[in-house]
Design a protein around this ligand. Structure first.
Ligand code: PMP
Ligand code: GLU
Length: 398
């Protein structure tokens, strides 16, 4: 075989996707594995999404779609975003939106569009594992701001300030956060924005893909609703995967200034073209669902979260932080790690010995933690946690 190029040498494989498919395979071959790796809702899409797809099929929607998305879909996304960002000087319109193949694709394209070689992108650890890899693909350099369990994994303004430099091109915010479950309040966003005001050439990329899954009393706060004056320098990314359980149909979007959307459209037009017509039809139905639908799902996740935390309480060796959003518990396991061990070793042994799959914290920048997903049924949560507690209690440090 002729040689590959070097461009991809800088990135690693997605551990979350790899583990999820490994566990699905183990289960399919009859192994009694509890899967707590899933980064996707376990329920089916609302029937109205299927209906919309059937309608689109009957209407013969099998042709190319406009590169940035169908106008109706872009309008619906602009409307949704405006409802979450009420005080904008210039409410978003369809021209401020590009629809892509999932939030991951949206973010990938954003880094391609805004970065020059050597530009720095600040992100909070624990971070979603694809951020650094996508930044590196854009020839940028990830710069990490560490957050602490004692601060509920919320970044302090001082820590952000220390990470900013003349080379900073963008800061990624992710509330609710994968993997930590951190949710930023309006006043916490305002404090971060006060620091960023002194760096007017820095973009803010706000990944709001878990917007419908927030458990605290204040509820979800979109970054631009806290600081509408940042409109010209903020890129909001969202999608259908988490809110509508539509992971496999691949719909995400980017909302931002027209010039940015133009650049992203050029890139998308030379790479994937406009996204799947049927998935866009389903998106329209998803965006039209009433708020009660999302509230009910949120309540289900909240019950599962509480159950998971209660089950984990049985081992004093597990460091727990109550997640305020998303569907992950990010728990500390340092007390049982040997001096040379990291969460990868822990997760491998747990899978081998107790048949429970969790995602190690290493690729999230937190090697003393593991991520447990509660996007699964209560029986799996109970049995999975029982096995984890048993493993923790019996583990001897090596
Ligand atoms: N952002 C975060 C924080 C995520 O956890 C994910 C993973 N699903 C995404 C973006 C992208 O999701 P998708 O590509 O399925 O829209
Ligand atoms: N984002 C989800 C997760 O963190 C799905 C997998 C992925 O896209 O990496 O598990």
């Amino acid at each position: 075989m002729p040689k590959l190029g070097n461009r991809l040498d800088v990135i690693s494989e997605s551990v979350t996707l790899k583990l999820n498919s490994l566990v699905k395979k183990m289960k399919a071959s009859g192994e009694d594995v509890i899967n707590l790796t899933a980064g996707e809702p376990d329920f089916l899409v609302h029937p109205s999404l299927n209906e919309k797809i059937k309608e689109a099929l009957s209407a013969g929607k099998s042709k190319y779609t406009p590169v940035p998305g169908e106008t109706e879909v872009r309008e619906a996304i602009a409307l949704k975003t405006n409802q979450q960002q009420l005080d904008l000087k210039k409410p978003w319109k369809a021209e401020n939106v590009i629809v892509s193949n999932g939030g991951k694709h949206s973010l990938y394209q954003v880094f391609q569009a805004i970065l020059n070689p050597g530009d720095e992108v600040v992100m909070m650890s624990p971070y979603w594992l694809s951020y650094p890899e996508m930044v590196k693909l854009g020839e940028g350099t990830p710069v990490i701001v560490e957050t602490k369990p004692s601060d509920q994994f919320v970044a302090t303004p001082e820590a952000l300030e220390a990470a900013l430099s003349p080379r900073t091109k963008a800061v990624i915010l992710n509330s609710p956060s994968n993997p930590s479950g951190a949710v930023y309040t309006k006043s916490q966003f305002k404090q971060l924005a006060a620091v960023l005001e002194r760096f007017p050439d820095v973009w803010v990329i706000s990944d709001e893909i878990y917007d419908q899954i927030v458990f605290n009393d204040e509820g979800f706060c979109s970054f631009l609703s806290a600081v509408p004056e940042f409109q010209e320098r903020t890129i909001t990314v969202n999608g259908m995967s988490k809110s509508c359980a539509m992971t496999g149909w691949r719909v995400g979007w980017t909302v931002g200034p027209v010039e940015l959307i133009g650049a992203l459209t050029r890139l998308q037009g030379q790479s994937t073209s406009g996204i799947n017509a049927l998935a866009q039809a389903a998106t329209l139905a998803g965006l039209a669902l009433p708020q009660e639908y999302f509230s009910q799902l949120k309540n289900t996740y909240q019950k599962r979260r509480d159950l998971m935390l209660e089950c984990l309480e049985k081992s004093g060796k597990i460091e727990r932080v109550v997640p305020q959003g998303a569907f992950y518990a990010f728990v500390g396991i340092q007390s049982v790690l040997g001096s040379q061990e990291t969460a990868v070793d822990f997760a491998e042994n747990l899978l081998k010995e107790q048949k429970v799959a969790v995602v190690p914290g290493d690729p999230f920048g937190a090697p003393h933690f593991v991520r447990l997903s509660f996007a699964t049924d209560e029986g799996s949560i109970q049995e999975g946690c029982r096995r984890i507690v048993s493993y923790m209690e019996n583990k001897k440090n090596s």
